[in-house]
Design a protein around this ligand. Structure first.
Ligand SMILES: Cc1cc2nc3c(=O)[nH]c(=O)nc-3n(C[C@H](O)[C@H](O)[C@H](O)COP(=O)(O)OP(=O)(O)OC[C@H]3O[C@@H](n4cnc5c(N)ncnc54)[C@H](O)[C@@H]3O)c2cc1C
Length: 303
């Protein structure tokens, strides 16, 4: 019998790789059509954007420092081109996958899965749940008490602005971290090697408190406000953009983490991993997700 991994973000993919290396057949499930979760890229109207995790490379010092000590990551880090989701896609496509399937229930007896179309999958020998804590908590609410810790973990949201095709302006740095205003980070996003980059693309992340205060607003209204902030910072005119959109990440970063690398049911048949897990109380980031997935995979193999 195969092992099911629910969620194809960094945690799910790391877990799946360890399980496969240990000789298991693995089937991946994700509600999205594409692999990667918050390692997300979007192509629209000739423009390409990385609107989730911004980088694996030294552009993002925090991320590279965090990931550098993971040997598997060093192998994969080189393939995050021309877009960030090239990395998860290259891993995900090597597995048997059911994409576009949101898992709504796990049958604890035969370890079968039900998706949002009502289709049943399985049973499986084991199930790894690699999704954000609030969603995992819902899915695992009626299962083992080991998963109770998921209930209290909230995530901070992040609105992101995607702008493509504004005229070149060489005096603007490729990365701006404003000290005040709605935006926390502005990145020139068309410089990644291998990208055709017909014209400048920008991704801007709204500040956490701004995202919380504006969480339920319409995306078009949010885009308008963030465009105004972008214009004030850059001197560029967003009205001239060939593409403009705001994307809401409801689950961007966990507010706190569970002090454990993963959670496992008493019979070790169901486990949960993700960026919400951090043995040393660090975590809440890309590295934590990958490390948690690897650790759960090893635990499920009995290593
Ligand atoms: C805008 C932004 C900026 C960030 N910046 C940084 C940074 O600078 N440094 C850093 O380290 N981290 C950063 N992060 C966080 C980092 O991207 C995440 O911590 C990490 O990618 C989480 O991986 P994960 O596998 O735990 O979860 P996810 O990537 O969220 O993957 C979970 C997957 O599960 C799927 N899923 C959910 N529910 C179900 C279900 N019921 N059935 C099937 N599939 C389901 C989702 O579609 C998703 O693909 C950022 C994130 C965002 C959004």
């Amino acid at each position: 019998m195969a092992v099911a991994v629910i969620g194809t973000g960094l945690a799910g993919l790391a877990c799946a790789e360890v399980l496969r290396d240990g000789g298991e057949d693995v089937v991946l499930f994700d509600k999205s059509r594409g692999y990667g979760g918050r390692v997300a890229s979007r192509r629209r109207e000739g423009f390409a954007f990385d609107h989730g995790l911004p980088a694996f490379d030294p552009v993002d010092a925090e991320t590279i420092t965090a990931l550098a000590d993971l040997p598997r990551w060093q192998d994969h880090g080189r393939v995050a081109q021309p877009r960030m989701n090239a990395l998860p896609r290259s891993i995900g496509e090597s597995f048997c996958s059911r994409m576009g399937a949101r898992i709504t229930a796990i049958d604890a007896h035969d370890l079968g899965l039900t998706d949002d179309s009502g289709a049943h999958h399985g049973g499986f020998s084991r199930i790894a749940v690699a999704i954000p804590a609030p969603q995992a908590g819902e899915l695992l609410a009626d299962h083992d008490a080991a998963f109770a810790a998921l209930a209290g973990i909230r995530y901070t949201p992040c609105w992101t602005l995607l702008l493509g095709g504004i005229a070149e302006h060489t005096s603007i740095p490729d990365r701006i971290e404003p000290e005040s205003g709605p935006l926390a980070l502005v990145i020139r996003d068309d410089a990644r090697p291998g990208r055709p980059a017909p014209s400048p693309c920008w991704v801007a992340h709204a500040r956490e408190d701004w995202s919380i205060a504006n969480l339920e607003r319409d995306a078009e209204d949010v885009a308008e406000d963030l465009c105004a902030a972008f214009a004030a910072l850059s001197g560029l005119d967003p009205a001239a953009a060939g593409y403009c959109a705001a994307h809401r990440w409801r689950f961007c970063r966990p507010e706190r983490v569970v002090p454990s690398l993963f959670l496992l049911s008493r019979d070790a048949r169901i486990g949960a991993c993700g960026d919400w897990a951090g043995a040393d109380r660090s975590g809440g980031d890309a590295r934590a997700a990958w490390r948690s997935g690897e650790a759960l995979g090893r635990a499920m193999l009995g290593a």
